[in-house]
Design a protein around this ligand. Structure first.
Ligand code: NAI
Length: 553
């Protein structure tokens, strides 16, 4: 039989009919061609007209924009992801600026809080304390092999919203969606994991629709053992898999990071990812002020995971520029719920000790600003409005261009709004926030402030780690990623007060970051493959794009 007479054949291994339509990784919905409908048993299961991906996009965008609030938009996107991942990722990638706040912070926070009430279809793996001893078996139930990235949480500190128990699952799902949308990690290589060890959230425990273990949190040794069992089983099943720890409570997060960073391919995004985003923003801000990193004095409001991670990376970058570690740390100060963190103060947490300097106690943040005269204040306190008019006025008196980062999420927890920062500083603040703020016009100048979104860093770092098959994730990789992020910020961005590149360029930015991270992996002997001649090519060939494949040969 000649080639032209041969009957089209389905690609081997594909499910047929309804099973194909119900597989979100393979489903093309109305975009199945006539031939595919014939050979894959789809005839009659779809409305007759065949649509292109572009036409489908127009339909889902219209449906998305018809939704009346963010939660409805979130639910729509999740259900699209459950139906057709290619279409979902094409939609989100094409409209990232619009949809990132829905897929991730701030809307995902609301979705976590309402998890048991919104639940439609399970996604990811739920590993509970009751599974101890058989975690490997649970992992083997996951239907895809060759997992490359796991995002895992125990739900104890979801964004700035505290303990959300099993509802925290929304976070790994959202984060992994960003891995795919921002850096092209193939969706079937991404695994969201919820380690459910109970919750101490009374409202959840009393909620009849709560879906997690109905018990108080397991802590201490038994908790660490469960994490250990999970980490060991994951690495055995998928050697080299990258495990990102996400939204654990501060003390747990620091402990896990210290324990696992030299034993597995792992990092903590709240600590290291945040730090790199903020350091990248600081590098960009210095392009505006014309000052050096070593001239900065940074006062943090909030001495938890985020703040401490940022200070550690800033200190490492200062050391890179010639300071001693002691000099670098002396330029970072912390103010927490008990006041200025100073030497000799009672109640200093272990991770804060290295930043407890000699100083009389101060109990008001404004007084700390006046006494220390920082060039930058960074809010990571989870408490809204603590950067009030007096604080920002003082910063503007002390600095020609005060650097003001209000990072607490979601928007309702931000230490100040963009409008407040620009108004109270007479338009001089270099402002970035953790959650997005709409552009704001002040005295005829429109500011489009940057969101210190972790999405700028972790997808690119993950891509670099995966592409180079790195065995470990190091601070040097994050510091290099921060530099690359700042290099990718253009003058046009800085001109509108944005210290980060536009999200419309995120895939390109992530690819640049991945190249710099892979470079470090090869330089430091951490890569699991031989160095290819062209790292850009290596990274590009690792990236998945949301396009339909043909299912017939
Ligand atoms: P955390 O719970 O570990 O730390 C909070 C810190 O704030 C503690 O040191 C606490 O003492 C302090 N604090 C609480 N109330 C205070 C008050 N009234 N005055 C002064 N200090 C106070 O939280 P974590 O993980 O450090 O996160 C903090 C915030 O940063 C969260 O809202 C989180 O959403 C946000 N964040 C933002 C990121 C970004 O913009 N890229 C990334 C990670 C976190």
């Amino acid at each position: 039989m000649s080639e032209s007479q041969r009957k089209p054949q389905p690609v081997t291994g594909l499910p047929r009919g309804i099973a194909l339509l119900r597989d979100p990784l393979l489903n093309k919905g109305t975009a199945f061609t006539e031939v595919e409908r014939d050979v894959l048993g789809l005839r009659g299961l779809l409305p007759p007209r065949v649509f292109s991906l572009e036409e489908q996009l127009a339909r889902v965008l219209e449906a998305y924009r018809r939704k009346v609030d963010d939660l409805e938009r979130y639910i729509y996107l999740v259900s699209l992801q459950d139906r057709n991942e290619t279409l979902f990722y094409r939609l989100v990638t094409d409209h990232l600026e619009e949809m990132m706040p829905i897929v991730y912070t701030p809307t995902v926070g609301m979705a976590c809080q309402l998890y048991g009430h919104l639940f439609r279809r399970a996604r990811g793996l739920h590993i509970t304390y009751d599974d101890r001893g058989s975690v490997a078996e649970v992992l083997r139930n996951w239907p895809h092999d060759d997992q490359r990235v796991i995002v895992v949480t125990d739900g104890e500190r979801i964004l700035g919203l505290g303990d959300q128990g099993t509802g925290g699952m929304g976070i790994p799902i959202g984060k992994l969606a960003l891995y795919t949308a921002c850096a092209g990690i193939a969706p079937e290589r991404c695994l969201p994991v919820m380690l459910d060890v109970g919750t101490d959230n009374e409202a959840l425990l009393a909620d009849p629709l709560y879906m997690g273990l109905r018990r108080r949190r397991v802590r201490g040794e038994p908790f660490q053992e469960l994490v250990g069992e999970f980490m060991t089983a994951a690495a055995q099943l998928w050697p080299g898999v990258l495990v990102q720890f996400e939204d654990f409570a501060s003390s747990t997060a620091f402990h896990l990071l210290e324990h696992w960073r030299d034993r597995a391919c792992t990092f903590n995004d709240d600590i290291q990812g945040t730090a790199a985003v903020v350091l990248g923003g600081l590098f960009s801000a210095l392009r505006v002020t014309g000052k050096q990193l070593l001239e900065q004095k940074v006062l943090f409001l909030g001495a938890g995971e985020a703040g401490t991670g940022i200070a550690d990376l800033i200190a490492a970058a200062m050391v890179d520029e010639g300071a001693t570690l002691a000099e670098a740390r002396a330029r970072c100060w912390f103010f927490d719920v008990n006041g200025l963190v100073v030497k000799g103060r009672a109640s200093i947490l272990p991770h804060n000790r290295r930043y407890a300097h000699e100083h009389p106690p101060i109990h008001q943040f404004l007084a700390a600003v006046e006494a220390l005269q920082p060039t930058a204040i960074i809010g990571a306190s989870t408490v809204p409005k603590l950067f009030d008019e007096r604080v920002i006025t003082a910063m503007s008196r002390l600095n020609q261009r005060p650097i003001i980062f209000a990072l607490s999420n979601p928007t309702s927890r931000s230490e100040c709004s963009a409008e407040e920062a620009y108004t109270w500083s007479n338009g001089r603040a270099i402002f970035a926030s953790g959650s997005p703020f709409a552009p704001f016009t002040y005295h005829g100048k429109t500011f489009a402030p940057g969101q210190g979104n972790n999405g700028y860093i972790f997808p690119g770092v993950g891509l670099g780690v995966i592409a180079s098959r790195a065995r470990r994730v190091t601070d040097r990789m994050f510091a290099r990623a921060a530099r690359t992020l700042a290099d990718q910020t253009g003058q046009a961005d800085l001109d509108v007060g944005r210290i980060y590149p536009s999200l419309t360029r995120i895939r390109e930015v992530s690819a640049h970051i991945a190249v710099s991270v892979a470079e470090v992996a090869f330089q430091d002997g951490l890569a699991g493959i031989a160095r290819p001649p062209d790292l850009q090519e290596l990274v590009a060939s690792t990236m998945w794009a949301p396009r339909y494949a043909s299912y017939v040969t």
